[in-house]
Design a protein around this ligand. Structure first.
Ligand code: GDG
Length: 730
């Protein structure tokens, strides 16, 4: 069975010392709850921080290590300062508020925190790589470890790596604020699959990658560094059956009855959250105050219960926030309390999960009003606990859960008046409507539970990683196929040599602007020297004018526009491959002009036979949208006119089908002796047509990274190509 390595900031078990004794406690929170199932079912290994071990005696530390090993947990120990900078400083002081759109909370001076974030991600990478065995699947979780996928990819090129983000991914305009945005995107793109809660978060990430790295994502994937990274939508969920079982348990029901009795016949409106500023507690309290002011006759008929679970107590922003919330509760209770009742029943602590479920059971109305939330499991848990199909859920439209739980009463948490109105509406919702809404909600939560979530993520990861594994195998093969010295010697000794050379990326490295890639003196001298003894063909996709300008004076055979134009050495005139290959251009040009008008920064490049639409300098999001629309518009023309569409780096090229570099091969080989050595060198997809058209005896060489090629040999870059040419000529 495939082994799973789960990697998250915290282990599901935390170590602490209480009155000198070692305590192991279950970590709470959505992530820990969600991954417990796969951890047990798949005999997975869980790698993460176990809490501080600083106060442990050596014996206690040994005991702790043994206990962790017993539950297949591997600790990543961190020093106190490092942990503080990595966790409180960068993860929760920069990324957490930024990703939740709370920009005023973003820690401004975070250079040292960023350094710790990098170091800790490296530490995780070392430990994961240490644990890894070929065939394992690695699943990395959340915003604390966003550099980890790329760090692992470097250490384990062939591994299957998935990453799931539990928090929102913000819009590109917000994400771009981050000074380290590029490193974060690159870090994530080391994975085979990136999972998000909602289609919106996925869209935001794709747009950010487009902006920050100039990539060209489509709906469900991004090509980067010769790899394809899949982007998935995987809304996390809960163990609905387990919660329903607890909700039916007599002990839990008794507890719920006690809570109701305690409320003395009042209806219960419940909030359960970590005491985090993203959860919208202060605005919720103001909405409750507004409700109390507006509805004096209901005032005595409602009890608000707020369970605020302590969280991130070491971070500065949280201590201040806690003070603000406690003061607000005090003020509202002071103002609206009576001799007999206090409107807000506030608890600042954590309670056992059975107690949480009892609260869900007791609550007539559940108030879930985060300002932003990745998903919010409390909303789903409330639904799962309502086994009698009644109750009302008020849900913020800014929680990820809102895109699944459409039958909840939706509110804008920033609009205090409308939240107060929603509370009234929920309290007076007729039972039949409660039941209709709750039945629909329950069906959805039951069908998409946490088991299905983890399984579907792992299935998608398998699918996403399959081509990458193949590519890794191919590139490993490729690395072994550098041109051997015996072949170099054979070519050197050949009575006749014919070179077929691509230009951009083969003889010169790529330049940011095409016009800057003109040949240098060294190259011109090399080609001149080579052509004294050999036949040298340059076969390029560039326009005739470029090739003529650069090489016209040399005794070379020239082929431009993918071989549509050729200039044999002895003759000055360029001859076309076909006479009427451009009849289709009028309409297509008009269409491209329309798209160019609507996409500022884009432009059309016209060659004799092809039309190209470049959008490198356009807004990436708008261009991405328009590329898809353009392709759809061209689809019909393409089949009717025997055209083909080529997608390149920020360019869509349209050309007649059948005009490709391979077409020049018969012309080149026409009067070549059978004993001649033919050497073809090229770096991109268009050169594959040359390799395909050559006889198997030809020496074909692909230039560049780890992409697939049918060429027999490889060279890493243009410099290596020149070295080879020089060594043959010498
Ligand atoms: C992050 C994202 C995303 C609460 N009080 C107690 C207690 N809880 C449990 C709840 C629930 C969990 O904690 C809270 O999960 P949330 O999803 O509401 O929120 P975050 O902790 O912020 O989680 C969030 C989640 O990751 C998963 O991807 O949904 O958007 O922010 O399960 O029941 N549990 C116990 N005692 C308590 O007092 N035992």
């Amino acid at each position: 069975m495939t082994r799973l390595l789960i990697v998250s900031n915290r282990l599901p078990i935390s170590i602490r010392v209480d009155h000198g004794a070692l305590c192991l406690t279950r970590s709470s929170g959505g992530l820990a709850a969600a991954m417990r199932g796969p951890h047990e079912r798949m005999c997975a290994v869980w790698i993460g921080w176990p809490g501080s071990v600083a106060g442990l005696t050596p014996e206690q530390r040994q005991d702790a290590d043994a206990a962790l090993a017993g539950i297949r947990a591997v600790p990543v120990h961190l020093g106190a300062t490092e942990q503080h900078r990595f966790y409180d400083g960068f993860s929760n002081g920069v990324l957490w508020p930024l990703f939740h759109y709370l920009l005023d909370k973003v820690n401004l001076d975070a250079e040292l925190d960023w350094e710790a974030y990098q170091r800790v991600n490296e530490r995780f990478a070392d430990i994961v790589a240490d644990q890894y065995k070929p065939g394992d699947v690695i699943w990395v979780h959340d915003y604390q470890l966003m550099l980890l996928p790329a760090l692992l990819r470097r250490r384990l090129p062939g591994a299957r790596i998935g990453f799931f983000l539990h928090v929102p991914f913000p819009s590109a305009d917000v994400f771009r604020i981050l000074p380290w945005r590029e490193q974060i995107v690159r870090g994530l793109l080391g994975a085979d699959l990136l999972g998000f809660h909602t289609a919106g978060f996925r869209r935001n990430f794709a747009a950010s990658a487009a902006h920050v790295l100039g990539l060209d994502p489509d709906e469900a994937a991004i090509e980067h560094d010769g790899r394809r990274v899949a982007l998935g939508v995987h809304p996390i969920s809960i163990d609905a059956a387990e919660i329903a079982r607890l909700a039916a348990h007599p002990g839990v029901r008794e507890e719920a009855a006690r809570i109701r009795a305690e409320a003395g016949g009042r209806k219960i409106v419940l909030g359960i959250d970590r005491l985090d500023y993203t959860k919208g507690i202060p605005r919720r309290l103001l909405a409750i105050e507004r409700f109390l002011e507006r509805e004096p006759e209901l005032r005595d008929q409602v009890r608000f219960i707020q369970l605020a679970v302590p969280t991130r107590e070491m971070a500065g922003a949280y201590a201040e926030f806690r003070r603000v919330v406690h003061e607000m509760v005090g003020r509202i209770n002071g103002q609206h309390g009576t001799t007999y009742a206090t409107p807000i029943h506030y608890m600042h602590r954590s309670v056992p999960f059975e107690q949480v479920v009892a609260l869900y059971l007791a609550a007539d109305v559940m108030l879930v009003t985060p300002l932003r939330d990745g998903m919010n499991l409390v909303a789903k848990e409330y639904v799962a606990a309502r086994i009698d199909h009644d109750g009302a859920l008020i849900l913020s439209e800014f929680a990820g859960a809102a895109s699944e739980l459409a039958e909840a009463i939706s509110v804008n948490p920033y609009d205090i008046g409308s939240v107060a109105a929603a509370v009234k509406r929920a309290l007076t919702l007729p039972l039949a409507e409660q039941q209709t809404r709750m039945a629909a909600l329950r069906r959805r939560v039951d069908a998409h539970d946490v088991h299905r979530w983890s399984q579907s993520f792992l299935d998608d990861l398998d699918r996403a990683a399959a081509p990458a594994l193949e590519a890794a195998a191919l590139s490993a093969q490729a690395a072994r196929r550098e041109v051997p010295e015996s072949v170099v010697e054979r070519v050197r000794q050949a009575p006749q040599r014919v070179w077929i050379l691509d230009y951009d990326g083969t003889l010169v490295p790529f330049a940011p602007v095409p016009d800057l890639a003109a040949p240098d003196e060294e190259l011109l001298a090399l080609l001149r020297a080579l052509s004294e003894r050999d036949r040298v063909h340059v076969v390029s996709g560039r326009p005739r004018a470029d090739i003529e300008r650069w090489f016209g004076a040399l005794p070379l055979h020239l082929h431009a526009e993918h071989g549509f134009w050729s200039r044999p050495r002895s003759c000055d005139d360029w001859v076309p491959l076909e006479s009427d290959a451009a009849a289709w251009k009028g309409d297509v040009r008009a269409l491209l002009e329309d798209f160019t008008r609507r996409t500022p920064g884009s432009f059309i490049e016209e060659k004799t036979v092809t039309l190209a639409w470049h959008y490198r300098t356009a807004d990436p999001e708008l261009a991405g949208e328009h590329v898809r629309a353009l392709r759809a518009r061209l689809a019909e023309r393409v089949s009717a006119d025997r055209l083909e569409l080529l997608g390149g780096a920020k360019v869509v090229e349209i050309r007649p089908r059948g005009v490709h570099k391979g077409r020049v091969v018969p012309l080149i080989l026409d009067d070549v002796s059978a004993r001649a050595e033919v050497i073809a060198i090229g770096d991109d997809r268009t050169d594959e047509d040359i390799f395909a058209a050559l006889p198997p005896t030809a020496c074909t060489i692909h230039v560049g990274g780890n992409d697939q090629s049918r060429a027999v040999y490889r060279l890493p870059d243009a410099r290596a190509v020149r070295r080879l040419l020089r060594s043959i000529h010498a």
